[in-house]
Design a protein around this ligand. Structure first.
Ligand code: AMP
Length: 217
């Protein structure tokens, strides 16, 4: 049976990390609107230029832009057997639009998985986050520091702090999450597909709980 997932959780809850492990396990693609937008920014496309200003401020890019990107991506053949949406939907309007798209193509969501993490923990996770410029590997200077400061263990690339991981931006992103995204937990609970796992402990432990949730155990 296809596994069609929406991954919920505040910025810093570990959605991206879990999504990368889950796609290996379930052999389905990860669709991260944050990654798609960051690529558009890096490529300097008109859409990327428009999105960068908003992303750097910690706000949400317009629903129209994001929905267009997601709708296109879901049409790709690799989504036939399932997918993991990571960072989308971010508000009720996006969730409703997604339901319409998926119902129209007879691929309704099977699970909404929330990775639940305490707000104070999130701040440390986010301000400590560093990403490799070359291979995108992520580190945290508090919890999973690279062996050599500023250098990727895997490929020797330079580590950097994403513009949207700076402190003022992070506060705004957490605010936006509370106000706009957290209500989706209620939204999917009403649809009876909501599952929550505690996003604390080792990455592997969280992964095991996430797999069990996706397998309906
Ligand atoms: P993320 O990596 O998912 O935290 O996304 C980084 C930034 O990209 C967010 O702070 C938003 O500015 C933008 N973004 C990502 N996904 C969405 C979305 N579904 N709707 C609106 N903006 C988004």
């Amino acid at each position: 049976m296809a596994t069609r997932v929406v991954l919920l959780g505040a910025p810093g809850a570990g959605k991206g990390t879990q999504a990368k492990m889950l796609i290996d396990r379930f052999k389905i693609p990860q669709i991260s609107t944050g990654d798609i937008l960051r690529k558009a920014v890096a490529d300097g496309t008109p859409l990327g230029k428009e999105a960068k200003v908003i992303m750097d401020s910690g706000g949400l890019v317009s629903d129209k832009i994001v929905l267009g990107l997601v709708e296109e991506r879901l049409k790709q053949p690799d989504c036939k057997d399932g997918f993991i949406l990571d960072g989308f939907p971010r508000n009720t309007a996006q969730a409703e639009a997604l339901d319409k798209i998926l119902t129209g193509s007879s691929m309704p969501l099977t699970v909404a998985l929330n990775i639940d993490v305490d707000l104070n923990d999130l701040l440390k996770r986010l301000t400590g986050r560093r990403t490799c410029k070359s291979c995108q590997q992520m580190y945290n200077i508090y919890f999973s520091a690279p062996k050599k400061e500023g250098v990727c263990d895997k490929c020797g690339g330079e580590l950097f702090q994403r513009d949207d991981d700076k402190e003022a931006t992070i506060k705004k992103r957490l605010d936006v999450y509370q106000q706009q995204t957290a209500p989706l937990i209620d939204y999917y609970s009403k649809k009876k597909i909501m599952k929550t796992v505690a996003g604390v402990g080792s990455i592997d432990d969280i992964f095991k709980k996430a797999v069990a949730a996706l397998e309906g155990k």
